[in-house]
Design a binder for this molecule. Structure first.
Ligand SMILES: [Mg+2]
Length: 391
């Protein structure tokens, strides 16, 4: 069945939040700065028009743009407003995927009857109610897949910034898909990076439309499964579903009996590391973080001991979890006892998107996540169990 998917994006989100507290800033050129006032992370339209770039270092920008008001970021407050926006979206449908602090995908399929209105009217209503009840302006792109709804949203934001439209919403319907794709460079499509763009350029593939004209066999050979999925998404067939918050699990755990009963701690540690990897993989698949982890040991006679700890910073990467789990196993393990299985579980799961504000985050976290997801990709390619993480 065809899906109807919307991308809701808060406009200049951090600046908009600041204006809730300081209405005198409305209509003025304002920028919000990252952690420790490092660089510009959010710009009002007025500031954008003055030419200041996203990511501009503050120590240069403050001299270059004397008429702009620069504000230190207030992340807890932005998170609070974000939660209100997301909660409001859940009033319309349970199928909300929080994609970042200021963006969410909604699956609206089948809601026309519920609201007794067209999809266009539903998204207009979402814009209106968020503005009235929370005070935040949002833009919404509407289409048949995540990739197309993202494109629709980018489109309306571009039109707004050029003062071509007052509209907050943009729809790409079936009749418009071809024209839109012809007008869009493949590099502008969500998820298409520099390497892919460079590769496609060699084959004279410039626009998103050119890309969709390629044979599946060719795409598969050059870009793999991801490429084929992208083609389908561009044609309006939803491949990547909206991963709704309501379907998120409460916990994820893995355990397995040993091939033979065990007394060897190294062996148990290795098995445990394997479970941690599988739990982390699942967390990453679902874009979740864990705030509490546990290790469980079961003896030959089915006696269970377990231990759990809370984490200061929620994570979904193997590295720190393996460190913690090593200490936990040290506490649980008793020499001479014969064990039958070991297990690992993750609790207090939260959506990664809420914390996904890379600009505010220490670089090290992002790097670890990148490494972990490339491990996932390796596994996809070479099969499960290819990776052993040293314990
Ligand atoms: Mg935004």
């Amino acid at each position: 069945m065809k899906r109807v998917i919307a991308l809701v994006d808060c406009n200049n989100f951090f600046v908009s939040c600041e204006r809730l507290l300081k209405p005198e800033l409305i209509g003025k050129a304002v920028c919000v700065l990252s952690n420790n006032d490092g660089c510009v992370v959010s710009r009002s339209n007025e500031a954008k028009r003055m030419g200041i770039q996203m990511g501009a270092p503050y120590f240069i920008a403050k001299n270059q743009f004397k008429k702009i008001t620069f504000l230190s970021g207030n992340l807890p407050f932005y998170c609070e407003i974000s939660k209100r926006v997301m909660a409001k979206l859940l009033d319309f449908t349970p199928d909300v995927e929080v994609y970042s602090i200021d963006e969410a995908f909604l699956d609206l399929t089948g809601l026309r009857k519920t609201f007794n209105s067209s999809y266009e009217e539903i998204i207009e209503r979402i814009v209106k109610e968020i503005k009235e009840e929370i005070g935040i302006d949002v833009s919404i792109g509407l289409s048949y897949s995540k990739v197309l709804s993202k494109l629709a949203c980018d489109k309306v934001k571009t039109l707004q910034s050029k003062n071509i439209t007052d509209s907050k919403t943009y729809k790409i319907g079936f009749r418009e898909i071809q024209k839109e794709l012809q007008e869009t460079l493949i590099s502008e499509i969500w998820g298409v990076g520099k390497n892919t763009t460079a590769l496609l350029k060699k084959y004279f593939i410039q626009t998103a439309y050119d890309f969709t004209r390629q044979e599946d066999i060719w795409i598969k050979k050059n870009l793999g499964k991801v490429g084929l999925e992208l083609k389908q998404e561009l044609l309006g067939n939803s491949i990547n579903p909206v991963k709704s918050v309501s379907e998120a699990p409460k916990s994820i755990s893995r355990s397995e009996s040993f091939k033979e009963f065990q007394t060897n701690k190294n062996y148990i540690q290795n098995e445990l590391n394997g479970h941690i990897h599988r739990v982390c993989r699942k967390l990453r698949e679902k874009d979740l973080l864990t705030g509490c982890i546990g290790v469980m040991l079961r003896t030959k006679d089915f006696q269970v001991t377990d231990i759990k700890i809370n984490l200061v910073n929620p994570v979904n990467t193997e590295f720190e979890l393996i460190e913690h789990a090593k200490d936990m196993l040290d506490k649980l393990y008793k020499k001479g006892v014969i064990y039958r299985s070991v297990g690992f579980y993750a609790l207090k799961l939260t959506s990664k998107a809420i914390r996904q504000m890379s600009i505010f985050e220490s670089e090290s976290i992002s790097k670890k996540e990148n490494l972990s997801s490339s491990l996932d990709k390796l596994e996809e390619k070479f099969g499960k169990g290819i990776i052993k993480i040293g314990g």
